[in-house]
Design a protein around this ligand. Structure first.
Ligand SMILES: Nc1ncnc2c1ncn2[C@@H]1O[C@H](COP(=O)(O)OP(=O)(O)O)[C@@H](O)[C@H]1O
Ligand SMILES: [Mg+2]
Length: 257
């Protein structure tokens, strides 16, 4: 059983990287083998895992055909590997804009069967890199920040998914929607959460990730929340959500089989 996910939302700052990093570690600690691909030129998940972008060959060199994918894979801990990003990726994405949406899929194909989960942390745009992620993936996981403009852009996002489904990747589906940075004392958050649940219905996970300062601090120490503060509210909610994530993702695969 193997699953490839793009963690995607064209908005920046909604929690794609936070969710990618902590989902990757959460799955690995539940004995799932995981490869995380950092596809954002900002390389936040690379540095969030304590690796300095540019210090090692990255997905950029693989896109360029200079390095084999396998030679970029860093082993982070048991069951968890990373293909790092680098700032150069931004320039590459400009050069090849719109040309080859199947490139990443072709690059990753040789290792498809080596992991239970392949997670792609996407940049905040609908350009070349994100399209490549949506073509390489089985499903899309959307983190949503519970704030006023949260719903803006979501129809564009679902339209993009539909377009890819009708064309190059008919298997693409919505994995789930995760409400992030939830503040229960804030009425606006509650309204936004309700709106998102109305829009995406049962695709929204029951578990919500609260706004928690420990989650924001962890990346600057190059750590996941599991290592930075395992007993924080952020860690507790991630653990609960990862259980829900696995359960749902395995149920879906059973239905498909
Ligand atoms: N639940 C949360 N509580 C507190 N801070 C968070 C939470 N989720 C994300 N952040 C912080 O918000 C910022 C944006 O999150 P990030 O995961 O980098 O978003 P994206 O990858 O979508 O741009 C980061 O500084 C991150 O540490
Ligand atoms: Mg990010």
């Amino acid at each position: 059983m193997q699953k490839r996910l793009a963690i995607f939302n064209q908005k920046g700052g909604v929690g794609k990287t936070t969710v990618s990093v902590n989902l990757a570690v959460g799955l690995a600690r539940r004995k799932k083998s995981v490869l995380m691909v950092d596809l954002d030129p900002q390389a936040n998940s690379t540095s969030g895992f304590g690796k300095t972008p540019g210090d090692q060959p990255s997905i950029y060199e693989v896109f360029h055909g200079k390095v084999d994918l396998k030679d970029t894979i860093l082993s982070l801990e048991k069951n968890l590997d990373l293909v790092p990003s680098s700032k150069d990726l931004a320039a590459f994405a400009m050069e090849v804009e719109d040309n080859s949406p199947g490139l990443l899929r072709k690059i990753l194909e040789p290792i498809f069967d080596d992991y239970d989960y392949l997670l792609i942390d996407c940049p905040p745009s609908l350009g070349f890199l994100s399209l490549n992620a949506l073509v390489a993936a089985h499903s899309v996981l959307i983190p949503i920040q519970c704030e006023y403009y949260a719903l803006e852009g979501l129809s564009q996002l679902t339209e993009t998914m539909d377009m890819i489904k009708r064309g190059i990747n008919p298997d693409l589906h919505l994995e789930g929607v995760l409400l992030n940075m939830v503040d229960k004392r804030n009425n606006l958050t509650k309204d936004v959460a309700m709106e998102v649940r109305k829009f995406f219905k049962d695709k929204v996970y029951d578990t919500e990730i609260p706004r928690n300062v420990r989650l924001a601090e962890a990346p600057s120490y190059g750590m996941s929340i599991y290592d930075y503060d395992n007993l924080s509210r952020g860690a507790m909610s991630f653990k609960r959500w990862v259980r829900e994530f696995i359960k749902r993702s395995e149920e879906w695969q059973k239905e498909e089989a």
